[in-house]
Design a protein around this ligand. Sequence first.
Ligand SMILES: Cc1cc2nc3c(=O)[nH]c(=O)nc-3n(C[C@H](O)[C@H](O)[C@H](O)COP(=O)(O)OP(=O)(O)OC[C@H]3O[C@@H](n4cnc5c(N)ncnc54)[C@H](O)[C@@H]3O)c2cc1C
Length: 457
Amino acid sequence: MTSAGPATLDALTAAVSDWSTDAADVAGAAGDRSGLLPDGAPRIVVRARSVAEVQATVRFAAEHGIPIVTRGAGSGLAGGAVAAEGQIVLDLSQLDRIVEVRVVDQVAVVEPGVVTADLEAAARQHGLFYAPDPGSVGISTIGGNIATNAGGLRGAKYGVTRDAVLALDVVLADGDLIRVGSETTKGVTGYDLAGLFVGSEGTLGIVVGATVRLLPVQAETASLAGWFPELTDAARAVEAIGRTGVRPTVLEIVDAATLAAIDAGFGTAFRERGGAFLLAQTDGSGAAIDIGRIADAARPYATAVEVAEDELLAADLLAARRLALPAIERLGRVLIEDIAVPRSRLAETIHAVQAIGERHDVRIFVFAHAGDGNVHPIILVPDSPEDGPIPAAAAAAADDIFALALAVGGTVTGEHGVGALKRAWAAREVGPRAARIADGIKALLDPHGILNPGKAI
Ligand SMILES: Cc1cc2nc3c(=O)[nH]c(=O)nc-3n(C[C@H](O)[C@H](O)[C@H](O)COP(=O)(O)OP(=O)(O)OC[C@H]3O[C@@H](n4cnc5c(N)ncnc54)[C@H](O)[C@@H]3O)c2cc1C
């Protein structure tokens, strides 16, 4: 605790052990990594130490009609954890116990504040792994991953967070605690309420516990680095890889501008190798054969294809790919887009994104979880102060990118979520009827609108 709260917060501060109303503390917990600035100062940050403290916070908020913004690590890229004037920030990062890893059942039971990489490390000790591995794996929390339905580099084969979630403990908007889903691999009793809470961005309930699926570590893996004249060539290679029937674990592509940014930021020398980079990994007993088939499919489009014999080299390539976003962020303020398109439309989408950049005269860096068709066009916002308005050209380019995603049968957000930033485009994507259904679900679960209002829907 750092300072006494106003009188009306007394009932809350008496019920929780770790809270602060200190301006710097609260400001530090009010944002995420999207670049969206908080609209005023939240009133208090509560760092919950138990489920009972989460419940007490929600009951206080419900009684007084104060909105709650739940946060994990604040690594989100859609403004989902950005809090506004007078709100309560509920930080769950202290609820970080891995309760158990059940080897026979191949599940882990975790608290929401567990850092994703820590779960992965714990599972590995038992010969298992946790598949969803966002680029932010070293900082993001499982609760945040569940709330955003995070994807990751292994999504091409193993899917997204929703595929890993079996059961959830959720604190509802009135403070009650419920369990949804089933700890068993199979389970179809009733509606899929666990699936409903996954990706709901803190707007329907607060995830305070999760049972997640683990998978056995594959004995064999193989990796390949491909170099191409242009990103569209790499995208065409991805389409050709799709025709082989091989399902790679990882299939990532990175454009020339991003390679140059990684080199400038981290002292690597990727850009001189080519105008685009493709990283593929396979696993399982046929890993070496599969990587050979991927190499054959990619070769006609590539200037070089190298199967990485060395596991350490493969790990380095993966680490370099994870540096893409931080490297671009070093160059200035960015708009981080996150469209997903059918894989068969990847090359044309990337070509169109490049044309959008030229048309609006803005720099757009592009890298993609190509196996998922999930493209990240990152718009560098020229000469714009952190808190200044987005220049019209950058905003127009973002608009055109969203329109493009929908035009090719894709979605405006593949993994980062709608948050506060993409609501208008999300509404356009889902249409009025589905939007009304979503509003009805929200009204049922959060009738007074205290859970992360103004986000997701
Ligand atoms: C360098 C970098 C790389 C990234 N790479 C990827 C990537 O590959 N794939 C990807 O999907 N994302 C990626 N992200 C985005 C981000 O890491 C993910 O969205 C992540 O899931 C957010 O987790 P968090 O714990 O930081 O959540 P936060 O940012 O704290 O919160 C995100 C949202 O979840 C809600 N929330 C958080 N915890 C809970 C809870 N327990 N119950 C209910 N609601 C909750 C918040 O209210 C908010 O709406 C990346 C981010 C960075 C900075």
